[in-house]
Design a protein around this ligand. Structure first.
Ligand code: SAJ
Length: 468
């Protein structure tokens, strides 16, 4: 039977190479739609966790469909990549594509997986690459597949670049509902990839060439990174002008063509700190790259926040050496258990290097980056000199400020790296407040300085993360 027909009947086998966050979501969704899915990962514990339904996944829906698919035999996992390739007509590559310390793409995982797939690929198969890749990579993988298989792409097998667009935290819904891009270099690959995607996603599907599709994916995350960098620079400007950046952004965003993102203590996660470098890999389109500069600026917010803590301690006449600081949040973003590239890492280390004792609380993430891990929020805050908020978890937005003041060493102070707490509410609870982008001397007691129009209109309205 032709591949197109087995796709429509869901009778073809789907192999997913790489069972990280993206691969596992892809595997689980295909299995949930009735395809027989064979997943493969080089980490035996990951495979074991999936098969024994013992994987600790923070996303409830993902955990649920993974377990269901394993239980009913639609999803199995192994470390044997060539075995998977041999038994599947569809092979989806979801391996990581990190950057090195010098911000150069490390394609070794993708090259190795493609090479193994090439050695076992059946004639008539469709290969999809979903990893984020530097422009031109799919073409290189196509050549590698042709060399290892001895087959011709577009005639004997099919290949498409289909970037994922799922945001950790809502992976399954994003995978199913987001619009998708398919990049191919021949018409039949485009037809088959579209037919396959249509079976599992509801969102509109756009087709283009591979090179364009690769750049589209990187452009999306780079746009977000540059926009956040703009917000961060604006925060630094506002601090110098004695103005509150939150109010500036909220009011500027009332213009229907303006959508400034939120400033903060830095940009983390598996994607934004890396994808701009993949986009620029091997190219220097201009001597003054806004993309490269944005990366530097976003990374520098981590040391800016450390300076804010030092300034806060100085105001309270305390020395960082021996100070006790409670860090709230180590995950890279709200409601996540992921601390990949989280700003918390360098910030906690910098404070500890200066002699501070750091307690850490995160309701979602087990990491502590060398700080003393606490089980409870107020346990972490008790007897500390400074509370430092690094993640915008909901739990921190509703802090009982009176209780915070009571249990902290006097004078209590908060450094808010995510602008989660109302400065006016903190000061009226008797807490000194320092926030990224807050230039006003909120601690002066001046009632005009301590009330922004945001707080007057809706005191609990913190601008939400754009396009959350
Ligand atoms: N952040 C800010 N200010 C903001 C928004 C985010 O400082 O206004 C920070 C967050 O705190 C976090 C980092 O940026 O540390 C990244 O968070 P995110 O929510 O922007 O991005 P990710 O990495 O979770 O997911 C992104 C998404 N890309 C876009 O929104 C364009 C997601 O849709 C992609 O699928 C994902 O990258 C990916 O896998 O590429």
């Amino acid at each position: 039977m032709a591949l197109g027909d087995t796709i429509s009947k869901h009778t073809c086998n789907v192999g997913v190479i790489g069972l990280g966050h993206v691969g596992l979501t892809v595997a689980a969704v295909f299995a949930d739609k009735g395809f027989a899915v064979f997943g493969c990962d080089v980490i035996p514990q990951r495979v074991k966790g999936i098969m024994s339904q013992n994987l600790k996944l923070s996303e409830f829906e993902l955990a649920e469909i993974v377990d269901k698919a394993v239980k009913c035999g639609k999803l199995s996992a192994t470390t044997n990549c060539s075995g998977v390739t041999k038994s599947c007509e569809i092979v989806i590559l979801c391996v990581q594509t990190p950057v090195t310390r010098n911000h150069q793409p490390d394609l070794s995982f993708l090259r190795s997986a493609t090479n193994t797939v090439g050695q076992a690929l059946k004639k008539g198969s469709l290969v999809l690459i979903m990893s984020s890749v530097p422009p031109g990579t799919t073409k290189k993988m196509l050549t590698l597949l042709e060399t290892t298989t001895g087959l011709t792409c577009g005639k004997d097998f099919w290949l498409a670049y289909v970037p994922e667009r799922l945001a950790p935290g809502r992976s399954v819904q994003d995978f199913i509902n987001n619009r998708r891009i398919i990049g191919t270099s021949d018409a039949q690959s485009a037809r088959l990839a579209r037919r396959l995607l249509q079976e599992v996603v509801n969102g509109e599907i756009f087709s283009t060439d591979v090179w364009t599709a690769e750049i589209v994916k990187l452009a999306e995350n780079t746009f977000r990174d540059v926009n956040i960098a703009f917000a961060n620079e604006l925060a630094l400007v506002c601090e110098q002008h004695g103005v509150d950046v939150q109010e500036v952004i909220k009011l500027a965003n009332t213009h229907h063509r303006v959508n400034i993102h939120n400033p903060g203590c830095g940009v983390g996660g598996p994607c934004l700190p890396k994808d701009p470098y993949l986009l620029l890999a091997g190219k220097q389109p201009t001597a003054h790259s806004i993309i490269r500069y944005s990366r530097h600026l976003n990374a520098s917010m981590e040391s800016h926040v450390v300076s804010k803590v030092l300034a806060a301690l100085e105001t309270t006449k305390k020395n960082v050496n021996h100070a006790r600081i409670s860090v709230l949040g180590v995950a890279y973003k709200k409601a996540s258990d992921d601390s990949t590239n989280a700003p918390a890492k360098s910030i906690i280390r910098a404070l500890r290097r200066r002699g501070a004792e750091v307690t850490v609380y995160d309701p979602h993430c087990p990491e502590s980056f060398g700080g003393i891990k606490c089980k409870g929020l107020y346990e972490a805050i008790a007897h500390t000199d400074c509370v430092l908020i690094l993640t915008d978890h909901e739990e921190f937005a509703s802090l009982d400020l009176a209780r915070v003041k009571e249990i902290m060493n006097a004078p209590a102070c908060i450094v808010d790296g995510r602008r989660l707490i109302s400065p006016a509410e903190a000061t009226s609870a008797g807490i000194l407040y320092f926030g990224v982008g807050l230039g006003k001397n909120i601690n002066s007691g001046d009632p005009i300085a301590s009330k922004s129009s945001l707080e007057t209109e809706d005191k609990h309205s913190r601008p939400s993360t754009p396009q959350e």
